[in-house]
Write a protein that binds this ligand. Structure first.
Ligand SMILES: [Fe+2]
Length: 336
């Protein structure tokens, strides 16, 4: 099964500027040469930077050459890897690389790779929170940090032409689980081998301001707690990088968030205190404004400023996202 993100390949216009941003954001450098810079997170996943015109890169999703050019999913066994490649080859062309990984462009146009990957455990020890008469931390203060060091790739968000169809492909061909639906806006899915609320979100083109055409939107990296997130935000501010939005807390998935503009088009997000789900979870359909924000500090974006409807309901069993994904017959075979 797919156990999470093994890596990302980013196309960038200026490798040194992109490297400076990712360094400041806190990803540990692994390797740098003339063509590529790579960062390896504690979980073992890798973020590669390559020049956006590098012929080795797959085609971009949308018009912009910069941003996420390939998403790499980790698979736990060789047998599972081969089975997944067989599953998706019903719908799209799949190529096998010398290293045994499989590459394809999904039906939404997202360049994707599947490879064997064994995620390493990460060392986190979030400190207990105190409240009046509910003392969890006595006689010691919270840790002091200078920097934020994300340890995992948490999720990736793409604007796509048809978020429902994108979700169906991932559920029925790749085994993803539906976590929640933002009504009319998009689908939150988690890889089957992890419990984090979502590992990918498909945002429906045209559903919200700024989502006008297919493109990679942002990548989220998991940090330990709100203190690490805000120390990171202060550090990024001192280094001259601009925030997009935050801090705040989503209601869907419960995560605390802080988004930054990157020099390569997409946004990078710090993310912490997510919901974790298991097989008992029943997916919900959320009114979008209600689901998007539990709260946000200060600068509320105009679209989200409007008071939300407190409207949440369970996804019905006959929702179209649960209709099995079937290969469309070639036109020559179609009747009539
Ligand atoms: Fe996010």
């Amino acid at each position: 099964m797919i156990t999470g993100h093994a890596g990302l390949v980013l196309g960038v216009a200026d490798i040194q500027e992109a490297r400076r941003f990712v360094d400041d954001f806190g990803l540990p450098l692994r390797h740098a040469d003339a063509e590529t810079v790579s960062f390896e997170l504690e979980e073992g996943s890798t973020v590669f930077l390559r020049h956006q015109d590098d012929p080795l890169l797959p085609p971009p999703l949308g018009a912009a050459a910069s941003g996420v050019r390939e998403i790499i999913w980790g698979v736990d066994t060789r047998e599972a890897l081969n089975a997944l490649a067989a599953s998706i080859s019903q719908d799209v062309a799949v190529t096998r690389d010398a290293d045994g990984s499989f590459g394809f462009v999904d039906p939404s146009g997202i360049a994707t790779r599947l490879r064997l990957f064994h995620r390493k455990p990460v060392l986190n020890a979030p400190e207990p929170l105190n409240a009046p008469d509910a003392v969890r931390r006595l006689g010691k203060h919270r840790r002091w940090r200078k920097r934020c060091y994300p340890k995992v790739i948490q999720h990736v968000v793409y604007v796509v032409d048809d978020a429902l169809e994108a979700a169906r492909f991932y559920i029925h061909r790749l085994g993803f689980k539906l976590s929640d639906i933002s009504d009319g806006v998009g689908y939150f899915l988690r890889a089957p081998g992890i419990s984090e609320h979502h590992s990918i979100f498909f945002l429906q083109k045209g559903a919200v301001p700024g989502a006008d055409s297919p493109r990679p939107d942002h990548v989220s990296f998991g940090v330990e707690d709100i203190d690490e997130m805000m120390v990171g935000a202060n550090y990024m501010d001192r280094r001259g990088w601009k925030k997009s939005m935050g801090p705040g807390r989503h209601r869907i998935g419960s995560a605390l968030f802080y988004y930054f503009h990157t020099p390569f088009g997409i946004e990078f997000e710090y993310d912490t205190d997510n919901d974790h789900l298991d097989e008992h979870w029943q997916p919900l359909i959320w009114e979008p404004r209600f689901g998007m924000l539990a709260w946000i500090a200060g600068d509320m974006p105009p679209f989200w400023r409007q008071e939300p409807d407190w409207n949440v309901r369970y996804v019905p069993a006959d929702h179209p996202v649960f209709v099995p994904y079937e290969t469309v017959a070639p036109a020559s075979d179609a009747q009539g």
